[in-house]
Design a protein around this ligand. Structure first.
Ligand SMILES: Nc1nc2c(ncn2[C@@H]2O[C@H](COP(=O)(O)OP(=O)(O)OP(=O)(O)O)[C@@H](O)[C@H]2O)c(=O)[nH]1
Length: 688
């Protein structure tokens, strides 16, 4: 990129020239300009000691969450040894014993996507999408929020599935977890992509959220979160629901599962077939979809069509939006988020991953398939595989557990060595992303035939060497959602629709607190209050929804222009922070040019997306130890860890990572590529 790029101001260029390891072209002549005193920005509030002390970024990004107030460990944390004994996975055939860490192999058992769609087809699909999108107001929601319409069609089939499960053999549940972070955050690279997210971000700027912001009331200072006490009735209802869940008498523990991977890795096919295997799709529906797919010349996409329901998705054979589906395994009540694999739709993938407790990372095991999905982007190119970027983004958005599913091994005669070779290449990379070894599972599966999805493989070539977990076992082994019901309500809105009787229905996952019909909520950033009229979870009316649920909330007393994708429903007395600036500990990904102060970015956090800039480079950190190496670095290079100050162009609803993980993680993108990911450590609001 030319060095006179708009976002570099001359001071930055002067600084950059001092960098030893970068050789810049001569600077442009400075224009004589009268020196203007710079207005001083108000200082951020004092950082907590731990954040200010810059603990190891790598560790900080991946540390298990703190213990719950009751002393029990949260999802992803190492379970007590008594539990660990109960949740041992069944025997898996993994890498040869000799290649394994002997200790890990001994005492602790490990856990166990026909052609790439051409870009022009994708671009055409995008154009169709844009043309078919609703008016500006709802475009933003459609672009970034997971589709709930897809979810609703499966609900009537759940009873049938439950009956089938009652007859099925018992599955093991629980996740093996252990400490042991290895690897730093260096060597992180992502592929490049066109500026699709910037286009979508611009649409969002014109949307409902812009209207809401225009009328935003100044936020009032909130009380400390520690003062929050849920009202007695709500607390009692939450307690009863938790007890029922624990006793196994109520709903099964909930799990939000995002399906990630390179384009055409086989994500939709795998999950479409999985729904069939679980009894959620009838033979009749399968035959009809197969006939329709064959008639359109897309016979091999029939299973994917079960999830890819939009006409452009079916026409082009690529997933565009996140399809949300619900199903149950023996031990989990699963909300499935099938994310698009194509690089143009990474922002949609981010919206899906931001809500997930665990990820299925689907990799194409066919000859050359894994390599295409895993290749790093060539410097300055728009190429590269999405396997890397998806894994990095998911981890940085708080997903701690992953099952890597190697598909298409049928194309290479179920070569066991191919499976091991893929694992040997991918595992070290996932560790550098921050996934703990014990929180990773590895398994083969074949989408079209259904091998190793719910039942052990039927194909003798796979059955000969794979006796490990099926996909259903792997899902049951994930730790379920940890419900933050002891914190004030937070519901980042992913989609909005007008309900029939004049209300507004918003969809999203509760990240904190609980709701009942009649609850008062504050919608930020519009600062309008509303009353909950009705609640739906999994398409059914409910009288209570708790943190960890994905819910449709119908609100009365609010204007539809006051809520949009990226808004947050919160407790009126403990509102979400309306942030004008924040500091984040980030790791710099694959940047084409060094990051300088003033770098324009698109900020992604939970379901929100906003333009902004990196307004300060606070400190350079040692990527391994987290120690401050230098304050106010002049620029940041690929692989470096740093604390940066970010200023969104309009206030955003955010929280410190320590208060609400899901609202305290950010991904910074520029020109369609993710340049940095990290967590929010300090924030400033309009009143500070
Ligand atoms: N032989 C074989 N083909 C598969 C397998 N899984 C998927 N496919 C084929 O791979 C192609 C792409 O599958 P999809 O399920 O659409 O891939 P995807 O990852 O969902 O694609 P995007 O959502 O667009 O990223 C289709 O033609 C599938 O039939 C498999 O295990 N074996």
């Amino acid at each position: 990129m030319a060095r006179n790029n708009k976002y570099w101001d001359e001071d930055d260029l002067d600084d950059w020239e001092d960098e030893d390891d970068y050789e810049p072209a001569p600077p442009p002549p400075k224009k004589p300009a009268p020196a203007k005193p710079k207005p001083k920005a108000p200082k951020l509030p004092a950082a907590p000691a731990a954040a200010a002390g810059a603990s190891a970024l790598a560790r900080a990004l991946v540390d298990p969450p703190p213990n719950r107030p009751n002393g029990r460990q949260q999802s992803g944390a190492k379970p007590p040894s008594s539990q660990a004994a109960q949740i041992k996975q069944q025997q898996h055939v993994l890498v040869p014993e000799s290649a394994q860490n002997p200790t890990a192999a001994g005492s602790v058992q490990r856990f166990a996507f026909d052609k790439p769609s051409p870009d022009d087809a994708v671009l055409a699909a995008q154009r169709t999408t844009a043309a078919s999108s609703p008016a500006a107001g709802t475009a933003a929601a459609a672009a970034s929020g997971p589709s709930r319409a897809a979810a609703k069609q499966h609900h009537s089939l759940q009873q049938q599935q439950q009956q089938q499960q009652a007859q099925a053999p018992q599955m093991q549940s629980g996740a093996e977890a252990a400490a042991g972070l290895a690897g730093g955050m260096q060597d992180l690279t992502v592929s490049t992509q066109p500026a699709q997210d910037d286009v979508a971000a611009a649409a969002q700027l014109q949307g409902v959220q812009a209207a809401a912001l225009a009328g935003a009331a100044p936020p009032k200072a909130r009380r400390p979160l520690s003062e929050y006490r849920p009202d007695a009735d709500l607390a009692a209802a939450c307690k009863a629901a938790a007890a029922a869940e624990e006793a196994g008498g109520g709903a099964k523990p909930r799990l939000h599962l995002v399906v990630l991977g390179h384009v055409d890795a086989g994500k939709s096919t795998l999950m479409g077939r999985m729904l069939y295997e679980l009894g959620l799709i009838s033979d009749k529906a399968v035959h009809k979809t197969q006939r329709d797919a064959a008639a359109s010349g897309k016979g091999s996409f029939a299973w994917a069509w079960m999830l890819d329901e939009r006409p452009e998705e079916r026409a082009r054979g690529v997933t565009v939006d996140v399809a949300t589906t619900h199903f149950q395994t023996l031990a989990r009540n699963v909300t499935l988020l099938d994310a698009p694999g194509h690089r143009d739709f990474v922002p949609n993938m981010i919206a899906g991953a931001a809500q997930a407790d665990a990820a299925l990372l689907i990799v194409d095991g066919s000859p050359g398939g894994f390599e295409a999905g895993f290749e790093p982007a060539a410097p300055g190119s728009l190429g590269g595989g999405q396997t890397r970027e998806h894994a990095q983004l998911a981890r940085s958005l708080g997903v701690e557990q992953v099952a890597v599913v190697v598909t298409k091994l049928d194309t290479c005669d179920f070569d066991q060595q191919r499976f091991h070779s893929i694992r040997a290449q991918l595992e070290p990379f996932l560790k550098t992303c921050g996934f703990r070894e014990a929180a990773m599972q590895w398994l083969p599966a074949v989408g079209p035939s259904g091998d190793n999805l719910v039942k052990p493989p039927a194909d003798p070539r796979l059955a000969a060497w794979w006796t490990g977990a099926t996909l259903a076992h792997a899902i049951d082994s994930f730790q379920p959602t940890h419900r933050l019901t002891d914190k004030p309500l937070r519901l980042p809105v992913s989609d909005v629709s007008r309900s029939g009787k004049g209300g507004v229905t918003v969809g999203g996952k509760l990240e904190g607190g609980a709701l009942r019909p009649g609850s008062r909520v504050l919608v930020m950033p519009s600062a309008q209050q509303a009353t909950v009229k009705a609640l739906e979870v999994d398409g059914k009316a409910v009288s209570l929804t708790r943190a960890g649920d994905s819910a449709d909330v119908t609100l009365a007393g609010i204007d539809a222009t006051a809520v949009g994708s990226g808004s947050v429903l919160c407790h009126p007395d403990f509102p979400v922070q309306l942030v004008t600036r924040f500091e984040a500990q980030v790791v710099v990904l694959d940047v084409a040019v060094p990051i300088l102060k003033g770098h324009q970015v698109t900020i992604h956090a939970h379901t929100a997306r906003e333009s902004g800039r990196i307004s300060g480079l606070v400190s350079l950190l040692n990527a391994k130890t987290g120690e401050v190496q230098r304050s106010k670095p002049r620029c940041l290079f690929k692989g470096q860890a740093a604390v940066v100050e970010v200023t969104p162009s309009r206030p955003m609803c955010l929280e410190a990572n320590t208060d609400y993980t899901a609202l305290g993680r950010v991904a910074l993108r520029d020109c369609g590529r993710t340049i940095a990911v990290g967590k929010i450590t300090r924030l400033a609001t309009a009143d500070q």
